[in-house]
Design a protein around this ligand. Structure first.
Ligand code: N01
Length: 554
């Protein structure tokens, strides 16, 4: 594994073509592309291993809810053909093995510096370069600074009064101990009921003596129906990869699944039941493809929501408990969860649901969690409380653009970008799957690949023409932000409190952050802009030769 010492070019004033922040799937592929272009690149990664989200999120039951054959790179046909996924939904260890395989296969580690957090990045207007500072006090200079920092990487720990007085261990699902945790014989409290909780609760319940689940809002979840992949299926997928990938690009969420192109309210009650039952039996997020208007028409959405509630009541034996687990808002508004045995877990005698919707958690005390004057005694606490999504990881870095403007200040009222790729006033700074791009509303792997390829093509274009910098025009950015907000208003996803709108982090501006106009429209837009000579971007400055730049820096 790479580390600080192993890198050849670690002098305090190293001059690079590009710095990449983060060695998850985005950072790895960006490094691969830039290296192929002959750029000098260094990747800084805070973790002691690569893999990003799959390095940190090791909680019990962690797996991807996009099918493994789709949640994978497509840039290398050889890679697609040689890698063997074992299950319909890959586990976290399998995905991490895949990331490590990619790093080894393409010899990426030599440019990755682990255990190094980027603390600041400042744009030097005179030299058109970024000065990137790391937590060990070193700095490097790079023409391009590429943030591959992930959309869900900055964990959110609510400020519970007394959290630091708890006598037992506290684990966040997004920063799980690498050696694993044994809950055998323990009383455990899980706070939160989003995807991470829904995946981990069934497994924690099997181990723990007693599990208390503190639920503020019930989330909708559909069964995964995970299964091992048989040889015949794998052969078929490998033979059809290119067609499957291009079908996926034509789908709103970039995932190849069958969308029933019919309105839910125009279908008969019988047709609806048949369709929902079939999707429930099939498993996974394609449940939302049962009809074409589930996220656009409240009445249609209500039919799907009612169906899931009926399944909760069928599964959970205690009717009052089933009701407490039944969400009453738009299905798909908070991201739909995918589970294995979640609702069934609440039939266990060692599991207690604690409703904190009306009376929030008052305090964490030495022995446990206090709600409505009652104490729930636990030996260990699991915070499944999510992330400061999309902007959190960027806000942690002191990023300063032209005239020293801090990015935090520019985004005070919410993120502002052009295409989710760049932001005005911060030339040569790219964000992979940044706010204002489809990102988290799509299958992340292909969206990452598209952004990486767009950025690689862009920097190659600049280099060929000896242009020093690129940044969005203010007007183009303003128009894009307006468009992002307009389309958000047409979709039911923007109607509830979710991390998509920053509602889970107190004080965060309430803005629908990802672009919800659909992947096909977005891909088209990105292509059009490039074909028009990077319309909406200002390309300026002449590249100073490398030697001169080095002279200047001394
Ligand atoms: O986080 P979340 P997550 N008091 O924000 C609760 C991806 N992901 O880590 O809903 C009490 O969804 C909060 O309550 P509420 C995926 O994109 C993917 O589970 O805000 N409760 C909520 O229940 C996912 O959407 C996969 O009322 C508090 C929970 O904590 C995203 O990551 C697996 C609270 C947070 O849920 C985030 O998922 C896992 C408080 N003060 C994650 N503050 C797969 O691919 C927060 N909560 C399968």
């Amino acid at each position: 594994m790479g580390n600080r010492e192993q890198l050849p070019n670690t002098s305090a004033h190293a001059e690079l073509d590009a710095v990449i922040v983060g060695a998850g799937f985005a950072g790895l592929y960006m490094l691969y592309r830039l290296r192929n272009l002959g750029f000098s690149v260094r990747v800084f990664e805070a973790g002691s291993g690569i893999g990003g989200t799959w390095y940190w999120n090791r909680y019990p039951g962690a797996r991807c809810d996009v099918e493994s054959v789709q949640y994978s790179y497509q840039f290398s046909e050889a890679l697609q053909q040689e890698w063997e996924w074992t299950e319909r939904y890959a586990t976290q260890p399998e995905i991490l093995r895949y990331a490590n395989h990619v790093a080894d296969r393409f010899d990426l580690r030599k440019d990755i510096q682990l255990n190094t957090r980027v603390s600041a990045a400042t744009f030097d207007e005179a030299r058109h370069r970024w000065t990137v500072v790391t937590d060990d006090g070193k700095q490097v200079s790079a023409q391009f600074c590429i943030m591959a920092t992930g959309c869900l990487s900055s964990t959110n720990t609510p400020k519970f009064a007394g959290l630091d007085t708890f006598r037992g261990p506290v684990y966040h699902t997004g920063q799980w101990p690498h050696e694993g945790v044994d809950f055998t014989g323990k009383r455990v409290g899980v706070i939160g009921t989003g995807s991470s909780a829904i995946q981990s609760i069934p497994l924690i319940a099997e181990q723990a003596q007693h599990l208390f689940v503190f639920q503020r809002t019930p989330h909708y979840t559909v069964p995964a129906r995970n299964t091992p992949l048989d040889e015949a299926y794998k052969r078929q997928v490998k033979a059809e990869y290119p067609t499957m990938r291009s079908r996926a690009k034509q789908m709103f969420a970039g995932i190849d699944f069958h969308l029933n192109d019919q309105s839910a309210i125009q279908a008969s009650e019988e047709e609806r039941q048949r369709e929902y039952e079939a999707r429930w039996a099939y498993g996974g997020v394609s449940f939302m493809g049962a009809f074409n208007d589930l996220l656009f028409n409240e009445a249609s959405n209500a039919t799907a929501a009612a169906f899931v509630r009926s399944k909760i009541h069928e599964t959970v034996r205690n009717p009052a408990l089933a009701e407490a687990l039944s969400p009453r808002y738009v299905i798909g508004c908070k991201r739909l969860c995918v589970d294995t045995g979640y609702y069934e877990t609440f039939n266990r005698s060692n599991v207690t649901l604690v409703d904190v919707s009306k009376t929030p958690i008052e305090a964490i005390v030495a022995e446990g969690v206090q709600v409505d004057g009652k104490q729930y005694t636990v030996d260990a606490l699991v915070l499944a409380t999510g992330f400061d999504a999309m902007t959190g990881a960027l806000a942690r870095i002191d990023i300063r653009g032209k005239a020293g403007q801090p990015l935090r200040e520019k985004w005070h009222g919410g993120p502002r970008t052009y295409l989710g790729l760049m932001t005005a006033g911060f030339p040569n700074l790219f964000t992979i799957t940044g706010p204002g791009s489809p990102s988290v509303l799509t299958n992340m792997l292909p969206s990452i690949e598209q952004h990486v390829e767009w950025i690689a093509d862009c920097v190659a274009y600049l280099r060929e023409r000896e242009i020093a910098q690129i940044e969005p025009l203010q007007q183009a950015e303003d128009d894009w932000v307006t468009h992002v907000n307009e389309v958000a208003g047409t979709n039911l996803r923007s109607t509830c409190s979710s991390w998509y709108v920053g509602a889970n982090v107190p004080g965060k501006p309430r803005v629908f952050m990802p672009y919800i106009g659909g992947l096909p429209a977005y891909l088209e837009k990105c292509k059009e802009i490039v074909a028009a000579g990077y319309r909406g971007f200002l390309l300026s400055g002449a590249v100073t030769s490398r030697a001169t730049a080095l002279e200047d820096s001394r």
